[in-house]
Each structure stands twice: as structure tokens, then as C-alpha cells.
Design a protein around this ligand. Structure first.
Ligand code: SF4
Ligand code: FES
Length: 257
């Protein structure tokens, strides 16, 4: 177990150095680190440090953020080599040899901003919405669920689409078409919803070559998730339901809807 870190402020540090990876595709042949010195404040998170640099040292530094409270999912970066939400990562917890890089496994657009188009396409592909032809119209009242029914999908529904799990996944790094952890976990989330009837439709996609069978079950997706979603387990469960569906279709084709 790692020894608890002493607060940098308690060590009487007044400022820290932070190395941020920069890249301007129109003028740089490759990304490079730039070092900034910033004043240390109590409870400072990495996003505060980036905002300090932007406001006081280098206004051209480019990165994404919005909510500042771990909800919007837009501030993901690699902090000291690990995928993290910069708004939730305290500088005291990562120490003073601080490096911030764009999320790995995504093409860089500028500085810390990456191209998320392929993730957005994969997300849409798994149909992460309720599919139900017979659902009663809203005017006829709510579609109630029991707490037990909600428990079946609640954990996997906490995803904020931050993509840290893609940045951590070794398969995403080698197989461009792999649907990937968050999209597969969301597919499982909707399959488990008692209001949904789209499981068969989604299984066709998630049981394809680009789907669950690409997963090498390293589990990095689950360990880096800031919202306690468990894509690794969702993928294994999708494997099981996909295989059972195939067996049913082979042995009992007449009874499979
Ligand atoms: S599963 Fe977790 S790490 Fe992956 S996108 Fe969702 S919230 Fe982020
Ligand atoms: S700024 Fe919204 S999650 Fe970090």
C-alpha cells in the first residue's frame, strides 16, 4: 500500500511546477511538454492549475471542462500517466511532479483536446435509449419500476461519458473498431431496464466481432472509472446473454422471438 502523501502546503511549498503537453497541428510536428510554475492553494485540483495557466500565463492553452464537479465528463486527461477527471484530482494526491497530457488512444486536436468522434459513433451504434414499441404514452401516467428493477441497471447508468475507460483500455489502443467499455456497459444498462424491449437488437451489435469478444478482460476500464461503473463485468454478462441467445436460436428457432 502506498504511504499517505504529506500535503504540499504543509511542506511549505509556495509554488509547484506543472508540465502540460502542448500540440498545435498546424505548426508542431509532434506534441511537446511545456513547464509552468503556479502558486499552490489549499484544495487545488488539476483543473484549477490549468485555469491558472490559461488566465495568467498562456491564454492559448486549450482543454475541455464545464461543470467543475465530476458530472459533465468533459475534463478527462492523463495526469501523471493515469486517466483522470482533472476537476476531481487534487494536486496534493498526485504530488509535485505533475504532468498533464491528453487522454491516450484518441487523436489530438489541440493541446489537451482530443477528437471524440469515433466514441460518439460507437455510442450511437449500441442504441443507448429505451426501445419499446408498446410503451404507454406519457399522458397515461408514469411507467413505474420497483427499487429491485432499478437496482438491476443503476450502477451501469451512472456513466458520464468521460471516456477515461477508453483511454485506459489496451484493446481500444490496437483495435480501432472495438466498441469499447462505456458503450458496451450502456448497452447492458438498457438491456436490463424493465421498460426496454431492445435487447435482441442490441445483442446483434454487441455480439459482433467488434463487440464483447474483443475484450481481453484486463479490467482497467473498471478501475479508472470515476463513477463506479463496471464495464468489465457488464461485458462478461453481455457475452453470456449473447451466447445463450445464439444457442436458443440454433436449438429452438421456432420459440425465439
Ligand atoms: S464507464 Fe466510467 S470511465 Fe467509462 S465513460 Fe462511463 S463514467 Fe467514464
Ligand atoms: S469539468 Fe465536468 S467532469 Fe470535470
Amino acid at each position: 500500500m502506498e504511504a499517505p502523501r504529506k500535503s504540499l502546503l504543509k511542506l511549505k511549498k509556495k509554488q509547484i511546477a506543472i508540465k502540460v503537453k502542448g500540440y498545435r497541428p498546424t505548426k508542431d510536428s509532434e506534441p511537446y511538454f511545456q513547464e509552468y510554475k503556479i502558486p499552490l492553494k489549499p484544495d487545488m485540483v488539476v483543473l484549477d492549475a490549468l485555469n491558472y495557466i490559461k488566465d495568467n500565463i498562456d491564454g492559448s492553452l486549450t482543454y475541455r471542462w464545464s461543470c467543475r464537479m465530476g458530472v459533465c465528463g468533459s475534463c478527462g486527461s492523463n495526469v501523471n500517466g493515469k486517466p483522470k477527471l482533472t476537476c476531481e484530482t487534487f494536486i496534493d494526491d498526485v504530488g509535485d511532479n505533475l504532468t498533464v497530457e491528453p487522454m491516450a488512444r484518441f487523436p489530438i486536436i489541440k493541446d489537451l483536446v482530443v477528437d471524440i468522434d469515433s466514441f460518439m459513433t460507437k455510442l450511437k451504434d449500441v442504441k443507448p435509449w429505451i426501445i419499446n414499441e408498446t410503451e404507454k404514452p406519457i399522458e397515461k401516467g408514469e411507467n413505474l419500476q420497483t427499487p429491485e428493477q432499478v437496482d438491476l441497471y443503476k450502477q451501469q447508468s451512472m456513466c458520464i461519458n468521460c471516456m477515461l475507460c477508453y483511454s485506459a483500455c489496451p484493446v481500444v489502443g490496437t483495435e480501432d473498431d472495438f466498441i469499447g467499455p462505456a458503450a458496451l456497459a450502456l448497452s447492458y444498462r438498457y438491456n436490463m431496464d424493465s421498460r426496454d424491449q431492445g435487447e435482441k437488437e442490441r445483442l446483434k451489435i454487441t455480439s459482433s466481432e467488434e463487440g464483447v469478444y474483443g475484450c481481453s478482460w484486463i479490467g482497467e476500464c473498471t478501475s479508472v472509472c470515476p463513477k463506479n461503473v463496471d464495464p468489465a463485468i457488464a461485458i462478461q454478462k453481455l457475452k453470456l446473454t449473447g451466447s445463450l441467445q445464439t444457442i436458443k436460436e440454433l436449438l429452438l428457432p421456432k420459440f425465439v422471438k
